[in-house]
Design a protein. Structure first.
Length: 419
Protein backbone atom coordinates (compact mmCIF):
# COMPACT_ATOMS: atom_id res chain seq x y z
CA UNK A 1 0.00 0.00 0.00
CA UNK A 2 3.00 2.32 0.09
CA UNK A 3 2.82 3.50 -3.50
CA UNK A 4 -0.95 3.89 -3.25
CA UNK A 5 -0.60 6.45 -0.49
CA UNK A 6 2.21 8.20 -2.31
CA UNK A 7 0.11 8.32 -5.47
CA UNK A 8 -2.88 9.63 -3.52
CA UNK A 9 -0.86 12.41 -1.90
CA UNK A 10 0.72 13.29 -5.24
CA UNK A 11 -2.70 13.36 -6.91
CA UNK A 12 -4.06 15.68 -4.20
CA UNK A 13 -1.11 18.04 -4.51
CA UNK A 14 -1.40 18.14 -8.30
CA UNK A 15 -5.15 18.72 -8.07
CA UNK A 16 -4.66 21.61 -5.63
CA UNK A 17 -2.03 23.29 -7.79
CA UNK A 18 -4.01 22.89 -11.01
CA UNK A 19 -7.25 23.92 -9.37
CA UNK A 20 -5.64 27.12 -8.07
CA UNK A 21 -4.25 27.83 -11.51
CA UNK A 22 -7.57 27.12 -13.21
CA UNK A 23 -9.46 29.30 -10.75
CA UNK A 24 -7.63 32.33 -12.07
CA UNK A 25 -8.85 31.61 -15.61
CA UNK A 26 -12.22 32.38 -17.11
CA UNK A 27 -12.78 28.76 -18.15
CA UNK A 28 -11.59 26.38 -15.39
CA UNK A 29 -10.89 22.94 -16.80
CA UNK A 30 -11.06 20.68 -13.79
CA UNK A 31 -12.34 17.90 -16.06
CA UNK A 32 -8.75 17.29 -17.17
CA UNK A 33 -7.91 15.92 -13.74
CA UNK A 34 -9.32 12.53 -14.62
CA UNK A 35 -6.94 10.17 -12.87
CA UNK A 36 -3.51 10.42 -14.37
CA UNK A 37 -3.46 7.26 -16.50
CA UNK A 38 -1.37 7.33 -19.67
CA UNK A 39 -2.64 4.56 -21.94
CA UNK A 40 -1.06 5.03 -25.37
CA UNK A 41 2.20 6.20 -26.89
CA UNK A 42 3.46 6.51 -30.48
CA UNK A 43 6.87 7.62 -31.75
CA UNK A 44 7.12 8.75 -35.36
CA UNK A 45 10.92 8.77 -35.32
CA UNK A 46 13.72 8.96 -32.77
CA UNK A 47 12.69 12.46 -31.66
CA UNK A 48 8.94 12.98 -32.16
CA UNK A 49 6.41 11.16 -29.97
CA UNK A 50 2.83 11.54 -28.63
CA UNK A 51 0.90 10.10 -25.67
CA UNK A 52 -2.83 9.43 -25.14
CA UNK A 53 -4.05 10.06 -21.59
CA UNK A 54 -7.08 10.42 -19.36
CA UNK A 55 -9.17 13.56 -19.57
CA UNK A 56 -8.69 13.92 -23.33
CA UNK A 57 -5.05 14.92 -22.80
CA UNK A 58 -2.47 14.39 -25.54
CA UNK A 59 1.18 15.32 -25.07
CA UNK A 60 4.02 15.51 -27.56
CA UNK A 61 7.81 15.54 -27.42
CA UNK A 62 10.35 16.70 -29.98
CA UNK A 63 13.46 15.58 -28.09
CA UNK A 64 13.01 11.83 -27.63
CA UNK A 65 10.86 12.17 -24.52
CA UNK A 66 13.05 14.47 -22.44
CA UNK A 67 10.29 17.11 -22.37
CA UNK A 68 6.55 16.79 -23.03
CA UNK A 69 4.04 19.52 -23.96
CA UNK A 70 0.25 19.26 -23.89
CA UNK A 71 -1.43 19.81 -27.26
CA UNK A 72 -4.17 22.41 -27.73
CA UNK A 73 -7.72 22.09 -29.11
CA UNK A 74 -8.37 25.58 -30.53
CA UNK A 75 -11.62 24.48 -32.20
CA UNK A 76 -12.91 22.45 -29.25
CA UNK A 77 -11.54 23.97 -26.04
CA UNK A 78 -14.95 23.87 -24.35
CA UNK A 79 -16.12 20.57 -25.84
CA UNK A 80 -16.67 18.41 -22.76
CA UNK A 81 -17.45 15.41 -24.98
CA UNK A 82 -13.79 14.94 -25.93
CA UNK A 83 -12.49 15.02 -22.34
CA UNK A 84 -12.61 11.23 -22.08
CA UNK A 85 -9.95 8.65 -21.22
CA UNK A 86 -7.91 8.23 -24.41
CA UNK A 87 -6.60 4.74 -25.09
CA UNK A 88 -4.82 4.47 -28.45
CA UNK A 89 -2.90 6.82 -30.74
CA UNK A 90 -1.60 6.58 -34.32
CA UNK A 91 0.76 9.02 -36.06
CA UNK A 92 2.02 9.24 -39.65
CA UNK A 93 3.61 11.72 -42.05
CA UNK A 94 2.07 12.94 -45.27
CA UNK A 95 3.72 11.21 -48.27
CA UNK A 96 6.53 13.37 -49.69
CA UNK A 97 6.10 15.79 -46.74
CA UNK A 98 8.08 14.28 -43.84
CA UNK A 99 7.62 17.38 -41.68
CA UNK A 100 3.82 17.31 -41.99
CA UNK A 101 2.27 15.22 -39.20
CA UNK A 102 -1.23 13.81 -39.15
CA UNK A 103 -2.45 11.74 -36.23
CA UNK A 104 -5.50 10.23 -34.54
CA UNK A 105 -6.35 9.27 -30.95
CA UNK A 106 -9.29 7.19 -29.72
CA UNK A 107 -11.01 6.68 -26.40
CA UNK A 108 -14.23 6.22 -24.46
CA UNK A 109 -17.69 7.02 -25.85
CA UNK A 110 -16.56 6.29 -29.41
CA UNK A 111 -14.51 9.50 -29.55
CA UNK A 112 -11.86 10.00 -32.26
CA UNK A 113 -9.55 13.01 -32.20
CA UNK A 114 -7.28 14.18 -35.01
CA UNK A 115 -4.67 16.83 -35.79
CA UNK A 116 -5.15 20.18 -37.46
CA UNK A 117 -3.20 20.41 -40.75
CA UNK A 118 0.04 22.33 -40.82
CA UNK A 119 0.62 22.28 -37.04
CA UNK A 120 3.04 19.33 -36.77
CA UNK A 121 0.83 17.49 -34.30
CA UNK A 122 0.63 20.33 -31.75
CA UNK A 123 -3.04 21.26 -32.33
CA UNK A 124 -5.96 18.81 -32.44
CA UNK A 125 -9.75 18.73 -32.95
CA UNK A 126 -12.77 16.46 -32.56
CA UNK A 127 -12.75 14.22 -35.65
CA UNK A 128 -16.18 12.55 -35.43
CA UNK A 129 -18.66 14.72 -33.47
CA UNK A 130 -21.62 13.43 -35.50
CA UNK A 131 -20.46 9.82 -35.91
CA UNK A 132 -19.33 8.41 -32.55
CA UNK A 133 -18.30 4.77 -32.85
CA UNK A 134 -20.89 2.31 -31.54
CA UNK A 135 -20.27 -1.26 -30.44
CA UNK A 136 -21.75 -4.38 -32.02
CA UNK A 137 -24.99 -3.93 -30.08
CA UNK A 138 -25.81 -0.81 -32.05
CA UNK A 139 -29.51 -1.35 -32.73
CA UNK A 140 -31.44 1.84 -31.92
CA UNK A 141 -34.05 -0.21 -30.05
CA UNK A 142 -34.25 -1.80 -27.57
CA UNK A 143 -30.53 -1.54 -26.72
CA UNK A 144 -30.37 2.21 -26.94
CA UNK A 145 -27.15 3.99 -27.76
CA UNK A 146 -24.06 1.90 -27.03
CA UNK A 147 -20.96 3.94 -27.70
CA UNK A 148 -17.79 1.89 -27.54
CA UNK A 149 -14.66 2.23 -25.45
CA UNK A 150 -12.10 2.35 -28.27
CA UNK A 151 -8.70 0.76 -27.61
CA UNK A 152 -6.74 1.40 -30.79
CA UNK A 153 -6.71 2.80 -34.31
CA UNK A 154 -4.79 2.04 -37.50
CA UNK A 155 -4.79 4.40 -40.49
CA UNK A 156 -3.53 3.55 -43.97
CA UNK A 157 -0.99 5.76 -45.72
CA UNK A 158 -3.67 7.66 -47.66
CA UNK A 159 -4.75 9.31 -44.40
CA UNK A 160 -8.39 8.58 -45.26
CA UNK A 161 -8.91 4.85 -44.78
CA UNK A 162 -8.60 3.35 -41.32
CA UNK A 163 -9.96 1.05 -38.63
CA UNK A 164 -10.77 1.26 -34.92
CA UNK A 165 -11.19 -1.60 -32.45
CA UNK A 166 -12.81 -1.57 -29.05
CA UNK A 167 -15.11 -2.94 -26.40
CA UNK A 168 -18.10 -5.18 -27.19
CA UNK A 169 -17.28 -6.00 -30.77
CA UNK A 170 -16.38 -2.56 -32.04
CA UNK A 171 -14.57 -3.04 -35.36
CA UNK A 172 -15.35 -0.07 -37.54
CA UNK A 173 -13.93 1.50 -40.71
CA UNK A 174 -13.57 5.04 -42.05
CA UNK A 175 -12.85 6.21 -45.59
CA UNK A 176 -12.80 9.95 -44.86
CA UNK A 177 -10.08 10.33 -42.26
CA UNK A 178 -12.26 9.56 -39.24
CA UNK A 179 -15.22 11.88 -39.87
CA UNK A 180 -17.68 8.98 -40.15
CA UNK A 181 -17.47 5.29 -39.19
CA UNK A 182 -19.39 2.27 -40.43
CA UNK A 183 -19.61 -1.51 -40.00
CA UNK A 184 -17.62 -2.92 -42.97
CA UNK A 185 -18.90 -6.47 -42.83
CA UNK A 186 -21.29 -8.16 -45.19
CA UNK A 187 -23.50 -9.99 -44.55
CA UNK A 188 -22.66 -9.89 -40.79
CA UNK A 189 -24.12 -6.44 -40.24
CA UNK A 190 -26.88 -7.42 -37.81
CA UNK A 191 -26.26 -6.18 -34.28
CA UNK A 192 -25.90 -8.50 -31.33
CA UNK A 193 -28.88 -8.96 -29.01
CA UNK A 194 -28.82 -6.58 -26.08
CA UNK A 195 -28.07 -9.31 -23.55
CA UNK A 196 -25.08 -10.78 -25.45
CA UNK A 197 -21.44 -9.88 -24.85
CA UNK A 198 -19.71 -9.37 -28.20
CA UNK A 199 -16.01 -10.14 -28.47
CA UNK A 200 -13.76 -7.24 -27.37
CA UNK A 201 -11.03 -6.21 -29.85
CA UNK A 202 -7.87 -4.60 -28.51
CA UNK A 203 -5.28 -3.96 -31.25
CA UNK A 204 -5.21 -3.92 -35.07
CA UNK A 205 -2.56 -3.77 -37.77
CA UNK A 206 -2.45 -3.79 -41.58
CA UNK A 207 0.56 -4.55 -43.80
CA UNK A 208 1.68 -2.40 -46.71
CA UNK A 209 3.26 -5.05 -48.95
CA UNK A 210 0.33 -7.34 -49.57
CA UNK A 211 -0.29 -6.89 -53.30
CA UNK A 212 1.72 -4.80 -55.82
CA UNK A 213 -0.31 -1.68 -56.49
CA UNK A 214 -2.90 -2.61 -53.84
CA UNK A 215 -1.26 -2.63 -50.40
CA UNK A 216 -2.97 -3.21 -47.06
CA UNK A 217 -4.97 -6.24 -48.17
CA UNK A 218 -3.52 -8.29 -45.30
CA UNK A 219 -4.21 -7.43 -41.69
CA UNK A 220 -4.63 -8.79 -38.19
CA UNK A 221 -6.41 -7.85 -34.97
CA UNK A 222 -6.09 -9.17 -31.41
CA UNK A 223 -9.09 -10.00 -29.26
CA UNK A 224 -10.31 -11.79 -26.18
CA UNK A 225 -11.35 -15.45 -26.02
CA UNK A 226 -7.86 -16.71 -26.99
CA UNK A 227 -8.02 -15.53 -30.60
CA UNK A 228 -6.57 -13.26 -33.22
CA UNK A 229 -8.21 -12.67 -36.60
CA UNK A 230 -6.48 -12.29 -39.97
CA UNK A 231 -7.68 -10.94 -43.31
CA UNK A 232 -6.33 -11.21 -46.86
CA UNK A 233 -8.98 -9.07 -48.57
CA UNK A 234 -8.55 -5.69 -46.84
CA UNK A 235 -10.94 -6.56 -44.04
CA UNK A 236 -13.92 -7.77 -46.04
CA UNK A 237 -13.65 -11.14 -44.31
CA UNK A 238 -11.68 -12.36 -41.29
CA UNK A 239 -10.42 -15.81 -40.26
CA UNK A 240 -10.05 -16.95 -36.64
CA UNK A 241 -6.69 -18.11 -35.29
CA UNK A 242 -7.06 -19.80 -31.90
CA UNK A 243 -3.69 -19.30 -30.22
CA UNK A 244 -4.11 -21.26 -27.00
CA UNK A 245 -5.52 -24.35 -28.71
CA UNK A 246 -3.26 -24.33 -31.79
CA UNK A 247 0.07 -23.86 -29.99
CA UNK A 248 1.61 -26.18 -27.37
CA UNK A 249 1.32 -24.08 -24.23
CA UNK A 250 3.85 -23.48 -21.50
CA UNK A 251 0.91 -22.76 -19.22
CA UNK A 252 -2.23 -24.84 -19.18
CA UNK A 253 -4.96 -22.79 -20.76
CA UNK A 254 -8.37 -21.79 -19.47
CA UNK A 255 -10.21 -21.97 -22.77
CA UNK A 256 -11.93 -18.77 -23.74
CA UNK A 257 -10.48 -16.48 -21.07
CA UNK A 258 -7.20 -15.13 -22.48
CA UNK A 259 -7.30 -11.49 -23.57
CA UNK A 260 -4.72 -10.54 -26.22
CA UNK A 261 -4.02 -6.85 -25.72
CA UNK A 262 -1.24 -5.85 -28.11
CA UNK A 263 0.62 -6.91 -31.27
CA UNK A 264 3.78 -5.56 -32.88
CA UNK A 265 5.98 -6.67 -35.77
CA UNK A 266 9.72 -6.57 -36.44
CA UNK A 267 8.99 -5.00 -39.84
CA UNK A 268 5.48 -3.50 -39.64
CA UNK A 269 5.25 -3.10 -43.42
CA UNK A 270 5.81 -6.75 -44.39
CA UNK A 271 2.94 -9.21 -44.10
CA UNK A 272 5.26 -12.16 -43.38
CA UNK A 273 7.25 -10.33 -40.71
CA UNK A 274 7.96 -11.99 -37.38
CA UNK A 275 6.19 -10.34 -34.50
CA UNK A 276 4.82 -10.49 -30.96
CA UNK A 277 1.44 -10.86 -29.27
CA UNK A 278 0.85 -10.34 -25.53
CA UNK A 279 -2.03 -10.69 -23.10
CA UNK A 280 -3.22 -12.63 -20.11
CA UNK A 281 -5.97 -13.60 -17.71
CA UNK A 282 -6.51 -10.91 -15.09
CA UNK A 283 -3.50 -10.89 -12.78
CA UNK A 284 -3.17 -14.69 -12.74
CA UNK A 285 -1.50 -15.58 -16.02
CA UNK A 286 0.54 -13.76 -18.62
CA UNK A 287 1.06 -14.93 -22.18
CA UNK A 288 3.61 -13.84 -24.79
CA UNK A 289 3.53 -15.36 -28.29
CA UNK A 290 5.97 -15.03 -31.17
CA UNK A 291 4.89 -15.36 -34.82
CA UNK A 292 7.33 -16.33 -37.57
CA UNK A 293 5.11 -15.12 -40.39
CA UNK A 294 2.62 -12.32 -39.97
CA UNK A 295 0.37 -14.08 -37.49
CA UNK A 296 -1.28 -16.61 -39.79
CA UNK A 297 -2.40 -19.97 -38.43
CA UNK A 298 0.50 -22.28 -37.62
CA UNK A 299 3.10 -19.49 -37.36
CA UNK A 300 2.84 -18.90 -33.59
CA UNK A 301 5.08 -20.05 -30.75
CA UNK A 302 4.42 -19.38 -27.07
CA UNK A 303 7.60 -17.84 -25.64
CA UNK A 304 6.61 -16.98 -22.08
CA UNK A 305 3.94 -17.65 -19.52
CA UNK A 306 3.76 -17.60 -15.75
CA UNK A 307 0.83 -19.39 -14.18
CA UNK A 308 0.02 -17.98 -10.74
CA UNK A 309 -2.76 -20.53 -10.36
CA UNK A 310 -0.17 -23.30 -10.25
CA UNK A 311 1.26 -24.06 -6.75
CA UNK A 312 4.68 -24.47 -8.35
CA UNK A 313 4.68 -20.93 -9.72
CA UNK A 314 3.17 -18.85 -6.95
CA UNK A 315 6.23 -16.65 -6.66
CA UNK A 316 4.32 -13.48 -5.90
CA UNK A 317 2.40 -11.05 -8.01
CA UNK A 318 5.59 -9.20 -8.99
CA UNK A 319 6.27 -11.82 -11.65
CA UNK A 320 4.82 -11.80 -15.13
CA UNK A 321 1.04 -11.59 -15.33
CA UNK A 322 -1.27 -9.77 -17.74
CA UNK A 323 0.82 -7.97 -20.36
CA UNK A 324 -0.78 -4.91 -21.95
CA UNK A 325 1.92 -3.75 -24.36
CA UNK A 326 4.76 -4.98 -26.53
CA UNK A 327 7.22 -3.36 -28.94
CA UNK A 328 9.60 -5.09 -31.35
CA UNK A 329 13.03 -3.47 -31.47
CA UNK A 330 16.04 -4.85 -33.35
CA UNK A 331 14.54 -7.27 -35.89
CA UNK A 332 17.84 -9.01 -36.65
CA UNK A 333 18.44 -10.11 -33.04
CA UNK A 334 15.45 -10.21 -32.28
CA UNK A 335 14.76 -8.11 -29.20
CA UNK A 336 11.54 -6.75 -27.71
CA UNK A 337 10.12 -5.07 -24.60
CA UNK A 338 6.77 -5.82 -22.97
CA UNK A 339 4.95 -4.10 -20.10
CA UNK A 340 1.92 -4.92 -18.00
CA UNK A 341 0.37 -5.52 -14.61
CA UNK A 342 2.21 -4.37 -11.46
CA UNK A 343 4.59 -2.29 -13.58
CA UNK A 344 5.98 -5.50 -15.05
CA UNK A 345 8.60 -4.69 -17.68
CA UNK A 346 10.29 -7.53 -19.52
CA UNK A 347 13.07 -7.53 -22.08
CA UNK A 348 13.55 -10.34 -24.61
CA UNK A 349 17.28 -10.93 -24.71
CA UNK A 350 19.35 -13.36 -26.74
CA UNK A 351 21.94 -15.49 -24.98
CA UNK A 352 20.64 -15.14 -21.42
CA UNK A 353 19.50 -17.77 -18.95
CA UNK A 354 15.96 -17.66 -17.64
CA UNK A 355 15.50 -16.98 -13.93
CA UNK A 356 12.92 -16.54 -11.24
CA UNK A 357 11.00 -13.37 -12.30
CA UNK A 358 10.67 -12.19 -8.70
CA UNK A 359 14.33 -12.76 -7.84
CA UNK A 360 17.16 -10.26 -8.02
CA UNK A 361 19.17 -9.98 -11.27
CA UNK A 362 21.31 -13.00 -12.13
CA UNK A 363 24.57 -13.52 -10.26
CA UNK A 364 27.54 -15.43 -11.65
CA UNK A 365 27.98 -18.66 -9.75
CA UNK A 366 24.55 -18.55 -8.13
CA UNK A 367 22.85 -21.82 -9.14
CA UNK A 368 19.43 -20.52 -8.08
CA UNK A 369 19.60 -17.56 -10.45
CA UNK A 370 22.45 -18.08 -12.90
CA UNK A 371 23.84 -15.88 -15.63
CA UNK A 372 25.39 -17.04 -18.85
CA UNK A 373 24.66 -18.19 -22.37
CA UNK A 374 21.35 -19.77 -23.20
CA UNK A 375 18.36 -19.55 -25.47
CA UNK A 376 16.68 -16.14 -25.90
CA UNK A 377 14.31 -15.52 -23.03
CA UNK A 378 12.26 -12.85 -21.26
CA UNK A 379 14.09 -11.08 -18.44
CA UNK A 380 12.33 -8.91 -15.87
CA UNK A 381 13.64 -5.35 -15.59
CA UNK A 382 11.48 -4.01 -12.74
CA UNK A 383 14.18 -4.49 -10.15
CA UNK A 384 16.33 -2.00 -12.03
CA UNK A 385 13.61 0.49 -12.98
CA UNK A 386 11.54 1.15 -9.87
CA UNK A 387 12.01 1.73 -6.15
CA UNK A 388 11.77 -1.34 -3.96
CA UNK A 389 8.14 -1.52 -2.90
CA UNK A 390 5.55 -4.28 -2.40
CA UNK A 391 5.01 -5.96 -5.75
CA UNK A 392 1.23 -5.65 -5.69
CA UNK A 393 1.36 -1.87 -5.19
CA UNK A 394 3.09 -1.09 -8.50
CA UNK A 395 0.86 0.59 -11.11
CA UNK A 396 0.54 -1.11 -14.51
CA UNK A 397 2.26 -0.30 -17.79
CA UNK A 398 -0.32 0.19 -20.56
CA UNK A 399 1.50 1.24 -23.74
CA UNK A 400 4.82 0.83 -25.53
CA UNK A 401 6.40 2.33 -28.64
CA UNK A 402 9.64 1.97 -30.57
CA UNK A 403 11.94 4.99 -30.54
CA UNK A 404 14.88 3.37 -32.35
CA UNK A 405 16.28 -0.14 -32.87
CA UNK A 406 17.64 -0.06 -29.31
CA UNK A 407 15.21 2.31 -27.54
CA UNK A 408 11.61 2.03 -26.38
CA UNK A 409 9.09 4.21 -24.55
CA UNK A 410 6.59 2.72 -22.08
CA UNK A 411 3.71 4.56 -20.40
CA UNK A 412 1.35 3.76 -17.53
CA UNK A 413 -0.34 4.84 -14.32
CA UNK A 414 0.28 8.12 -12.52
CA UNK A 415 1.59 9.66 -15.76
CA UNK A 416 4.61 7.35 -15.73
CA UNK A 417 6.74 7.53 -18.89
CA UNK A 418 9.78 5.25 -19.20
CA UNK A 419 12.50 5.58 -21.83
Amino acid sequence: MISFHRGLVLGILVAVVLAASAASQSQPKFHRLHGGLTHGVFFLDSQRGWTAEDGGVIRYTTNSGVNWTEVTFPQDEDNEAIRVPLQGIFVQTVPDQPSEVRAWAVGDNGVVLTTLPGQNGTQWRDANPASRVADARDAPLPCGQNLSKLYNIYMLSDGLTGWVVGLDGALRKTVNGGLTWFNPFTPATDPFPCDEDPRDAYDIHFFADSTPGAPYTKGIFASEYDKVFTTTDAGATWSEVDLVLSVPGICPSITGQVEFWAIDFDNPLLSMSPGWLVGGIGNNRGYIFRTTGGGVFGSWEQTKCVDFLSPNEQVGICGLSTMYSVVALNSSDPTAVSGGYDAGVFDYRAGTADFNPCATPCVEGNPGNPCGAGAPTWVQLNVDLFPVEPCDSQPPIFGAAKISSTEACLVGSFGRILH
